[in-house]
Write a protein that binds this ligand. Structure first.
Ligand code: WT7
Length: 635
């Protein structure tokens, strides 16, 4: 059932030091958790007071049309009001907002003042191109300062952005452009990765050919190779930013708290990616509160979330929450091991990073190179470490704690999802840790592990992870598909009003949560979420393939790898060459992360009588396990 190798609950405890507890924003988790549980709306209203509002809300939570919850109804705000506008009126205008390093070694630093001006300029450019409040803008870029500027500029003028991760290919990008109906696409000529150029503009051109709704493409010059620029459609970012229209003064659009801030596509059980919708009000509040308390952000911190801005982790915790808190955020463009496996540790040393937040797959990848690389660098500035994306193996946890954290940094293991907007289950620094457990829910959040009938599981019994009530940064719907929002997340436990996370989990005797992995047809590869259907559609789009099934198989380094089973069209012979061609085809169509590591040709696939592929059976076979209950198998 689960995609992960699971280690049973352990009694291995790591207790925070007195120093960590006394200096933390929240020294007593229990106390704040109970306070929030006793008066949820009062609790969130109190936190919301720390933000600026053009107009305060009338109602904290409107649940009259649940599960279409509304937060801070009547409130007027804008993400940028809190992320930038308010800071430039204080001493913070001189503080570094962003420290950026490119893979080849180039560096950019930006104060709040400068970032605010760049955002204003680009917001004026977008407005001059006719982008209005409510229009969707698709962004397809690497990890550059410009992606941050582009996102904030969209937010500023009230145009929801849809960022598509730069590792996705033509069709994935085309589908997302089409679904969001974006007229404007912001991209770059390329991005640096492992010393190579990722040809973003080339992919963007093909995607626009497939989704002609785009009439304007804005292109950042990053890698400098020759690219095609379409007359009348494509513009260079630097040319636009040099025009008189790009004034550094720009009015921020006044938004309702519930107005859309962005759409972010994520994989679900059925083929089509879902556009998860987040809004200006609740999302600001929840992401900034979670970052402040879980990672204990202080004014002198240098925060490094080593994710990509193209995923929710980057949206919430590279771009928005750190800026709301007025923090200094580090962004690194390239690969952790380029040119040597100490690239990250050099960055920690060079910039005096105090908090590092990354994923188990990266930790495992770096651990492979041994202790000598990190040991040669001064990592003593670090005071907290974090992880997200999939369950972390206790082995990797201990290495991270011992070698990177010098046995003194708490490991903040944050469980959450694109849909939740921010951390749901996570330790605060004052909470005692167990390697591999995300510990306890954040204040204001009620979670449980339950059986199909909704009864609570016993300690250490596998069940479904549910969230038992609304929270400010919950997704508001699936873009253009309210039905799917209901059926995917709320249908199963409808009579209780619980949100279905889609993860299998356990709760141990101490009330600590252990997430095991996804329950649905979603594969986590290197921490990225992919639908089996996306890989399968990629395979079937090749002329030789009639039908395909993809499954996840546990892998030491990447969490999971993909195995695929293909039925070939009549008359085509399977061969090693065809296997390679198909792998490349999927890499090209869907993206490199979707490449199957193994492809097998078969004559038939196990299916239910209603025609659903039983991936569970393929998986058991691949792993040499018992196939289990096959009563629903057609043949
Ligand atoms: C799925 C959500 C949220 C940012 C990155 C992923 C898995 C996430 C953990 C964790 C165990 C985790 C779950 C979840 N997951 N964090 N700390 N421990 N599993 O966002 O792509 O929407 O994926 O990632 O399976 O449902 P996402």
């Amino acid at each position: 059932m689960s995609d992960q190798q699971f280690s049973p609950p352990t009694s291995e405890w790591y207790h925070p030091t007195e120093d960590v507890i006394n200096n933390a924003h929240v020294p007593d988790y229990e106390e704040v958790y109970n306070e929030a549980a006793n008066d949820l709306e009062g609790f969130w209203a109190e936190q919301a007071e720390s933000l600026d509002w053009y107009k305060k809300w009338d109602t904290v939570l409107d649940d009259s049309n649940a599960p279409f919850y509304k937060w801070f109804v009547g409130g007027k705000t804008n993400m940028v009001l809190n992320a930038l506008d308010r800071h430039v009126k204080t001493w913070r205008k001189n503080k570094l907002a962003i420290i950026w390093e490119g893979e080849p070694g180039d560096k950019v630093t930006m104060s709040y003042w400068r970032l605010w001006q760049e955002v204003n300029k680009f917001a004026n450019v977008l407005r001059s191109m006719g982008v209005k409040k409510g229009d969707r803008v698709t962004i397809y870029m690497g990890r550059t300062v410009e992606i941050v500027v582009a996102m904030l500029a969209c937010a500023k003028i009230g145009a929801p952005h849809s960022v598509v991760y730069g590792g996705f290919s033509e069709q994935a990008l085309a589908d997302r452009i089409e679904d969001a109906q974006s007229r404007v696409l912001i991209t770059a000529d390329g991005a640096w990765l492992r010393g190579n150029i990722v040809e973003l503009k080339k992919v963007a051109d093909e995607a626009v050919r497939r989704s002609p709704v785009v009439d304007t493409v804005i292109c950042v010059k990053r890698t400098g190779q020759d690219i095609h620029m379409e007359q009348g459609r494509d513009y260079w970012w630097h040319d636009l930013m040099a025009l008189p229209i790009a004034s550094p003064i720009c009015e921020t659009e006044v938004m309702d708290a519930e107005d859309p801030l962005f759409i972010l596509y994520t994989s679900g059980t059925t083929g089509k990616p879902k556009g998860v919708l987040h809004t200006h009000g609740g999302y600001q509040l929840y992401t900034s509160t979670t970052l402040k308390w879980a990672f204990d952000i202080k004014d002198d911190d240098r925060w490094w979330c080593a994710a990509d801005p193209g995923w929710i982790t980057g949206h919430s915790y590279i771009v928005y929450a750190p800026l709301i808190l007025g923090a200094t955020s580090i962004i690194y463009e390239g690969a952790p091991t380029h040119p040597y496996p100490d690239r990250w540790w050099r960055i920690v040393e060079e910039y005096g990073v105090t908090i590092l937040y990354t994923a188990p797959t990266a930790i495992r990848g770096l651990m492979r190179f041994g202790d000598a690389w990190p040991n040669r660098r001064d990592l003593s500035s670090l005071r907290l470490l974090g992880t997200v994306g999939e369950p972390i193996n206790p082995e990797a946890w201990r290495w991270y704690h011992r070698v990177i954290g010098n046995e003194t940094c708490p490991i903040i293991d944050t469980w959450w999802q694109t849909e939740t907007g921010g951390f749901m289950i996570t330790p605060l620094p004052s909470v005692s840790l167990k390697p591999g457990s995300a510990t306890r829910p954040f204040p204001g959040i009620k979670v449980d592990v339950v059986r199909d009938d909704g009864t609570s599981c016993d300690p250490n019994e596998d069940g479904e992870l549910v969230i038992q009530g609304p929270w400010p940064s919950m997704l508001r719907t699936v873009w253009g598909d309210d039905e799917r929002y209901l059926s995917q997340y709320w249908e199963k436990y409808k009579k209780f009003g619980w949100y279905l996370a889609g993860d299998a989990a356990r709760k141990d005797d101490d009330g600590y949560f252990w997430v095991i992995g996804r329950n649905d047809d979603v594969i986590k590869v290197s921490g990225y979420r992919l639908g089996t259907a996306e890989v399968e559609s990629g395979l079937v789009s090749h002329a030789a393939v009639a039908e395909a099934a993809a499954i996840a198989v546990p892998d030491e380094l990447r969490g999971n790898v993909i195995y695929a089973y293909c039925i070939l069209v009549d008359g085509v012979q399977g061969s090693d060459d065809l296997v390679e061609a198909l792998k490349d085809h999927v890499g090209h169509e869907v993206g490199p992360i979707a490449k199957p590591s193994k492809i097998e040709f078969v004559d038939s696939l196990p299916k239910t009588r209603s025609g659903k592929i039983m991936r569970r059976i393929l998986k058991a076979q691949a792993m040499g396990q018992e196939v289990g209950d096959t009563s629903t198998l057609a043949d």
